[in-house]
Structures are given as structure tokens and as C-alpha cells.
Design a protein around this ligand. Structure first.
Ligand SMILES: Cc1cc2nc3c(=O)[nH]c(=O)nc-3n(C[C@H](O)[C@H](O)[C@H](O)COP(=O)(O)OP(=O)(O)OC[C@H]3O[C@@H](n4cnc5c(N)ncnc54)[C@H](O)[C@@H]3O)c2cc1C
Length: 386
């Protein structure tokens, strides 16, 4: 496989770098300390069409592949920014594209492409169902031409900043199912309407992701907002997992590069005991090691995205990329923090902010234990471990 970027892919990288320069460290630091949403950044990316990368041209998007989308997210994180603020649109787009009907696509995609509608919320996790998504209890009960949603979700990000949310809800009780992966359905919830009855409680977390607990009490969703077939929703979500893992991997690669570059620069400039700290192997080697692991993970990421764009099977590569990249980014984060000594804890150096951010990628949207379980079972053929 040839992983050299095409001219167009290199141009995308350069363009994103250019846009990101308008949003320097100080911008992200202020957003983080005030717990704000990077509204100006997301609006700018939408106006330039970058968030519509995965929307086909016939619906007003740019019709790019997962490789290009991953480059966009990577460069945002590489610049010191936080792609999570706007990545959900790319993560979730596939569900609507693959399983939505023509009317739904025409209704939503062109407006999402222009930024008129924002789809940055994805509601799956519940207090008693995180990694085990098939255990969710939030119910959708059909009543005439609408579904009534009841239940609770937790850790659902950007609900207050989005117009639309993709929601996984139960349409058949768990105990009535032979196949436990059935009985769940995906809906597009128009939050502009739903927010009138949906109770959204922001959570105070270690990172600024606008994450909430949601309480549904007879929230109405019209039947025309059901995506695909009732009861087949979990399958639709699984269909999106490879794309999601590749995109997370790219975000982690971006973070990893940021940490390595900052660490190498600081290690070269900081003088202690009369010499640059980076001239000590104890400082230099952890940075070089993290760099090596990021470069290796990046190759697997491009292998996964190339296969994905060729519509080849890529479950193994996508999971490997997610695992290797998020672990390498976390290694780089630690090397960077250690290199900065006490200054690593000072907000003005941005290391502590990125350190907190990158830690999430080993846990969410899927924990690395579950990624290892995939590799153990589906790639190495061992028994199911959960
Ligand atoms: C900042 C943030 C934003 C989020 N945004 C969203 C969002 O927008 N939408 C959404 O739906 N969710 C969101 N989440 C939720 C996230 O996807 C879950 O936290 C994640 O999937 C893990 O679920 P859990 O927290 O319930 O952990 P659990 O499932 O309770 O797992 C706890 C730990 O046990 C491990 N574990 C569990 N079972 C096994 C096993 N069989 N073998 C080995 N290890 C195991 C897990 O790997 C994990 O480390 C967000 C979370 C955070 C922190």
C-alpha cells in the first residue's frame, strides 16, 4: 500500500493548518478555562465546508473519504485544538448516509453541510450501559405517528450546542429478545423541538466537552425520524464503528505529534545544570520513543483508512489503529509533561490541557479494553471474553 498523501490530501492538510493558525493556543486555553464551546472555530470550519467532508456532493457536501476526514481531525489536534468539539458530525454521518431514507437525507444533509443545522450529539451511553450498549433501557414506544422516548442517558456531549442528535433507544424489551443485538432503534431527534421537554443536566468533568445527563419524559419524536428498520439500530451503530475508530486514531496521532514537538522544543531550550535538558538520554529517549510509537500507529491508521475507502474489510486495522494511536498519544503526553517539569502543570504551557484531553481517547468513545477484546476474539480467534 502506498501511504504517501495525494496532492489533494496534502492540500487539505495545509488548508486545515492555515485555518487552525487563526485559533492559537490562547484561544483554546480561554475556551477551556471558561468551559465554553469553540463556537467561532466550529462556525469557521462549517463555513469552509470542512465539516461536510463526508457528505456526498449531491447533498451539498464535499464527498471526501475517511482518509481525508481523518486528516482534518488530526490537524486540528496537531495544532493544539480539540477536534472532539466537532467530530461527532463525522462519526455519526455514516448512520444517516447508509441507513437513512432519501427523504431524511434530503431533509437534513444539505443543511448540515452548510452548517445551518448542527449534528454534534450522539446519545448511546446510559448509567447502566456503557461498554455494554445492548443493555440500554431508554425506550421508544410507538404511539400513532410518533414515538414517546422515556429514560435516561449519561455522558452525552454537545446536546446544548446541537440542533440534531442521533439517539439509540429500545423498541423491544430486552427480556423478549432472542437475539440481544436486536430491539434497538436509531432516531434523529430534532433538539430544537425536543429541548422543550428534554431535561439536560450538564456534568462537571475533567475535560470541557459539554457533556450531559439527559432525562427523557415522554419526549416526542415523529415516526419519520426513525432511521432504517425498527429494531435494527444496534447493527447500524456497529456499521459506523470502523470509521469512528479510524477518526479517533487520527485525533490521537494529532495530539501525539503536538506533545512530541512541544517536548522536543522545550527539551532543546531549557537549560538545567548548564546544558539543555534534552541532551540527557533520560529526557531525550522517552520523547524519541513516543515519536516512534506515534509514527508506527500512523502507518496502521493509513492502512485502515485506505482499506475503508476502498470498501475493504478493515475491522482489525481500525481497532489496531485506535489502540496504538491512543496509547502512543498518552505515552507522548506523559513524556511531554515530564519534560516540562513543574511548568507542565501551568495552564499557560497548554500541556496540562492537552494531557487531560488525550487521556479520554483511551476510554471514549470506546475503551481500549474493549478494543483488545475485539482483537483477541475476532482477529486472534480466542473465546469471547465478555
Ligand atoms: C468526556 C466524555 C464524553 C462522552 N461523550 C459521549 C457521547 O457524546 N455519547 C455517548 O453515548 N457516550 C459518551 N461518553 C461515554 C463513553 O462512551 C463511555 O464512558 C465509554 O463507552 C465507557 O463506558 P462506561 O463509562 O460505562 O464504562 P464501563 O462500561 O462501566 O467500563 C468501566 C471500565 O471497565 C472496563 N470493562 C468493562 N467490561 C469489561 C470487560 N468485559 N473486559 C475488560 N474490561 C472491561 C472498561 O474498559 C472500562 O475501563 C462520553 C464519556 C466521556 C468521559
Amino acid at each position: 500500500m502506498d501511504f504517501n498523501l495525494t496532492t489533494e490530501q496534502q492540500q487539505i492538510r495545509d488548508e486545515i493548518k492555515k485555518v487552525c493558525r487563526e485559533f492559537p493556543d490562547a484561544y483554546w486555553r480561554a475556551i477551556d478555562s471558561k468551559k465554553e464551546y469553540p463556537e467561532a472555530f466550529v462556525r469557521k470550519l462549517s463555513e469552509l465546508g470542512w465539516l461536510a467532508a463526508l457528505i456526498p456532493e449531491e447533498y451539498g457536501g464535499t464527498g471526501l473519504g475517511i482518509t481525508e476526514a481523518s486528516i482534518i481531525l488530526e490537524e486540528i489536534n496537531h495544532s493544539g485544538g480539540v477536534a472532539t468539539a466537532c467530530h461527532a458530525q463525522m462519526y455519526t454521518m455514516g448512520t444517516l448516509l447508509r441507513h437513512g431514507n432519501e427523504e431524511q437525507k434530503k431533509r437534513y444533509l444539505p443543511k448540515i453541510a452548510t452548517g445551518e443545522l448542527r449534528l454534534q450529539a450522539f446519545g448511546v451511553t446510559e448509567p447502566d450501559a456503557g461498554s455494554e450498549s445492548t443493555r440500554i433501557q431508554t425506550s421508544a414506544t410507538r404511539q400513532g405517528d410518533k414515538y414517546l422516548i422515556n429514560g435516561q442517558k449519561i455522558f452525552i456531549s454537545r446536546v446544548l450546542q446541537s440542533d440534531l442528535m442521533l439517539l439509540l433507544a429500545r423498541t423491544t424489551p430486552y427480556d423478549e429478545l432472542k437475539d440481544k443485538t436486536r430491539g434497538l432503534s436509531v432516531f434523529i431527534v430534532d433538539l430544537r423541538e425536543a429541548k422543550k421537554t428534554l431535561d439536560v443536566k450538564p456534568l462537571d468533568l475533567m475535560i470541557n466537552h459539554h457533556t450531559n445527563a439527559l432525562f427523557f419524559d415522554n419526549v416526542e419524536v415523529p415516526v419519520e425520524n426513525l432511521i432504517g428498520e425498527e429494531g435494527a439500530g444496534f447493527r447500524y451503530i456497529i456499521d459506523g464503528w470502523n470509521a469512528e475508530r479510524i477518526l479517533v486514531a487520527a485525533e490521537a496521532i494529532g495530539d501525539g505529534r503536538w506533545f512530541v514537538e512541544r517536548a522536543a522544543k522545550y527539551a532543546t531550550e531549557r537549560i538545567v545544570f548548564g546544558k539543555a535538558i534534552g541532551s540527557n538520554q533520560g529526557v531525550q529517549f522517552p520523547i524519541a520513543k513516543a515519536y516512534a510509537n506515534i509514527e508506527a500507529a500512523d502507518l496502521v491508521r493509513f492502512q485502515a483508512s485506505t482499506k475503508f475507502d476502498r470498501k475493504e474489510k478493515c475491522g482489525a486495522e481500525a481497532n489496531l489503529a485506535k489502540y496504538l494511536a491512543s496509547e502512543a498519544a498518552w505515552e507522548a503526553a506523559n513524556a511531554c509533561l515530564t519534560t516540562h517539569g513543574g511548568y507542565g502543570f501551568a495552564a499557560e504551557y497548554d500541556v496540562e490541557r492537552k494531557f487531560r484531553e488525550t487521556r479520554l481517547l483511551t476510554i471514549a468513545p470506546v475503551s481500549n479494553n474493549l478494543v483488545l477484546a475485539y482483537l483477541g476474539q475476532h482477529v486472534l480467534g480466542m473465546p469471547k471474553s465478555y
